[in-house]
Design a protein around this ligand. Structure first.
Ligand code: ATP
Ligand code: MG
Length: 409
């Protein structure tokens, strides 16, 4: 992409109403645009980050046999009324609207009810199970506080996976596979070391659920961890009874802040029973389907990664999610000419700063935008047959021969 051709602009200052670091930096660097509290647009660079995160999640979920779909955000109240979740007493985060022809509609805050309802048309026998279905979908939640940038949106992107099983053992087996897949996803996103599977409250059918918490000062959750983070608990389940249950009564725990990037849950009959999702088993009797649900906050992840790695100069993206690999700057006529030659055919991995601006401004923007590697070719470096390569994370600089640059990058 050529910076001269895109409409986005970097800003020296963050908008005054943006208090969160992730929101401020991503806005200044031209990744997102704020419409109002908790409501953001994704600009070309931001959209590429989102797509990179989705690609990693998609690859890992497909590798354990999940099927991707896309459901509607508009919600018929009926299935939600059957589970008691259309009521504002139960779920206080609905955005609701009136239908022109009469009656109410909701905007989906999550999708357990509609997917359970939909699968009644497709599941009737044990032969139809197990089934793992996921989507990347926009969710709407009327969040009371939306001051954390894209960590808490009123409209946000979630990956939600739902699994359907004939037996509890099969649900347990798949749940463990998802735990592994989530590990791989967070590793590939560059936050594996600081993201911990955390015991959290369960529901009527299961003692615990598990959250994936990334250690982050601005995270809204309080978590407790032992020395090596092998046992991590959300504050909501940090008590003597649970510690005894986990055999961790004598361990020493420390408190820290976490951002919940994912949540996995054994639902069992919670939704399948009230909605009547049943199947005929091998023994010819009718049984209720076992369910699990597994979320990941895709847009929140972008904010978490931005916030986690940023330094005082700007964003620092891990290679796997960066919108482009290389930030290219040419200085002087020959330098620019060589850059044009390098850029040609590499439009998808190179962000070419071909704007009519001073090198100092381009360097500052390269640090703000945070791509992993900066390449500078100037008349001076060309005279030595080299380009200057700078690593964004470490600041390390080295010279590379032009021939090697064309061959390696
Ligand atoms: P939180 O406690 O942060 O409100 P939640 O428990 O309500 O999260 P879930 O319903 O489990 O969240 O949603 C699945 C995932 O979606 C969460 O793990 C989180 O990463 C993400 N998420 C939830 N609410 C938001 C939001 N308002 N903005 C962005 N991401 C969100
Ligand atoms: Mg919530």
């Amino acid at each position: 992409m050529r910076l001269s051709k895109t409409f986005i602009k970097t800003l020296r200052e963050a908008p005054k109403d943006e208090v969160a670091k992730n929101g401020a930096l991503l806005t200044r660097a031209g990744y997102i645009h704020k419409e109002m509290a908790g409501v953001y647009d994704y600009l070309p660079l931001g959209l590429r980050v989102i797509e990179n995160i989705k690609k990693i999640i998609r690859e890992e979920l497909n590798s354990i046999g999940c099927e991707e779909i896309s459901m509607t955000a508009l919600q018929n109240p009926e299935p939600w009324e059957k589970t008691g979740r259309f009521s504002d007493q139960e779920v206080d985060i609905w955005f609701k609207t009136e239908l022109a022809s009469g009656g109410e509609l909701g905007l989906a805050p999550t999708h357990e009810e509609p997917i359970t309802e939909m699968l009644k048309s497709y599941v009737s026998s044990y032969k139809d199970l197990p089934l793992y279905v996921y989507q990347f979908q926009t969710k709407f939640r009327n969040e009371l506080r939306a001051k954390s940038g894209i960590l808490r949106g009123r409209e946000f992107l979630m990956k939600d996976l739902y699994s359907f099983h004939a037996t509890e053992e099969d649900l347990d087996r798949f749940y463990a596979e998802v735990e592994e897949a989530y590990r791989r996803i967070f590793d590939r996103l560059g936050i594996g070391d600081c993201t911990h599977e955390t015991f959290a409250s369960g529901g009527i059918f299961s003692k615990y659920s598990h959250e994936f918490q990334t250690v982050l000062p601005v995270g809204e959750d309080t978590i407790y961890h032992n020395a090596d983070y092998s046992i991590v608990l959300n504050k909501e389940v940090f008590n003597d009874e649970v510690l005894t249950d986990l055999g961790a009564k004598d361990e020493k725990f420390e408190e820290t802040a976490g951002a919940e990037v994912g949540n996995i849950f054994k639902l069992k009959y919670k939704y399948s029973e009230p909605l009547g999702l049943k199947f005929i088993d091998e023994d010819n009797t009718q049984k209720i389907v076992y369910m699990g649900c597994y979320g990941i906050g895709v847009s929140r992840l972008m904010g978490v990664i931005a916030e986690k790695f940023a330094d005082n100069k700007g964003l620092v993206w891990p290679e796997s999610v960066a919108p482009f690999k290389y930030y290219l700057v040419g200085i002087g006529d020959e330098g620019v000419k060589k850059c044009e030659e390098f850029y040609s055919g590499r439009e998808d991995t190179v962000l070419f700063d071909d704007r009519d601006k001073r090198p100092g401004e381009k360097f500052a923007d390269s640090e703000l935008i945070g791509l992993p590697t900066r390449i500078v070719i100037s008349d001076k470096t060309l005279a030595d047959g080299v380009a200057e390569i700078t690593d964004r994370k470490t600041g390390e600089q080295r010279m590379m021969s032009i021939a090697e640059l064309f061959e390696k990058f």
